[in-house]
Ligand binder design. Structure first.
Ligand code: CU
Length: 318
């Protein structure tokens, strides 16, 4: 399928201001390395030749103590300050990379041997293709169905591992409409190099049009509600249940206290762990009756269930 798609942009396309800054950081680090490398190697070569064994060089003039201190201080302080500038610069970029803004458009991503599956909040699904609106923050929630993969969006200069059993995030603002590349950058088996896709950045109106033509009748949360019944969750967590199980209304984002006295924020990873590792974070005041769904619920269904539980307002008893 990828061979039939129009060739995406290659080369130094900078699809975000983050990408532009990333390039400056990279160029700056190369220049810094050259700045240190050239004089050091030149001095090594020069002194190795001048003071080689048997050369007639004058060895009688020892360096004076004060000159020696001045030299040593300067070659300690100057590189320290220079590298500190780069540390602060890179740390600021890291914090921005690691902190998705509130209100970002959230898209679920599942890596599997060998394809990328994307699902939009409205239920629209795509394989090896991702459509996003330009100029709006997009947050990707990554996981893997089998081995470790890594989603790489080269024109945005961002990548992150997709790890089985974990939800990792990656966010960006794509500034220019167009088609760009998607790659896997973690060697994940025979067809790793074919695990590619196409990122399509659309203007807001085109994106809305794309959503409605790709539309499915069920949103992610509505599909999750069906699964909530099918897997029997409503039997214990539902309104008419006689089992003493925690209510899930308003759970997402709230603070949960565990039997061993920890306080956790109920995020995607927390809900996921409740389903697959029910004894890991047991809620204080409830009996250990939650069944373990390890191996019974696939990644796609987990994402839908999480979307459903997220959608429940405080006080709701599904
Ligand atoms: Cu992969």
């Amino acid at each position: 399928v990828n061979d039939l798609l129009p060739a995406p942009h290659i080369g130094l396309v900078q699809l975000s201001s983050y990408a532009a800054e990333w390039d400056w950081l990279f160029v700056g680090m190369v220049l810094l390395s050259v700045f240190f490398l050239v004089p050091i190697v030149a001095a090594i070569v020069y002194f190795a030749i001048k003071y080689r064994k048997g050369s007639p060089a004058d060895r009688s003039q020892r360096v004076r103590h004060r000159t020696q201190i001045a030299i040593e201080l300067s070659w300690t302080i100057i590189p320290f300050v220079l590298t500190l500038i780069f540390f602060v610069w890179a740390a600021r970029m890291y914090v921005s990379w690691a902190t998705p803004p509130n209100g970002a458009l959230e898209i679920n991503v599942v890596g599997k041997q060998w394809m990328w599956k994307f699902q939009h909040p409205g239920g629209q699904r795509e394989i090896n293709a991702l459509h996003v609106p330009a100029g709006r923050p997009v947050k990707l929630l990554l996981t893997s169905q089998d081995v470790v993969h890594a989603l790489f969006l080269p024109e945005l200069r961002i990548k992150r591992d997709a790890i089985p059993g974990r939800i990792t995030t990656l966010w960006f603002i794509a500034e220019k409409p167009g088609t760009y590349r998607i790659n896997c950058t973690e060697f994940c088996g025979t067809d790793h190099s074919a695990m590619t896709g196409q990122l399509t950045v659309l203007g807001e109106a085109e994106y809305q049009a794309w959503l409605s033509q790709a539309g499915t009748d069920l949103s992610l949360a509505a599909a999750g509600e069906q699964l909530f019944r099918r897997y029997g969750c409503s039997g214990c967590h539902g309104a008419n249940s006689t089992v003493h199980a925690p209510s899930l209304g308003g759970l997402f984002g709230s603070v949960v206290h565990t039997t061993d006295g920890r306080a956790l924020t109920a995020d995607e990873q927390y809900i996921r762990d409740c389903l697959l590792l029910p004894n890991k974070n047991r809620v204080a005041g409830y009996p250990p009756v939650m069944p373990n769904f390890q191996g019974q619920i696939g990644e796609d269904d987990l994402l839908k269930l999480i979307a459903f539980i997220r959608s429940l307002p405080a006080g709701a008893r599904p």
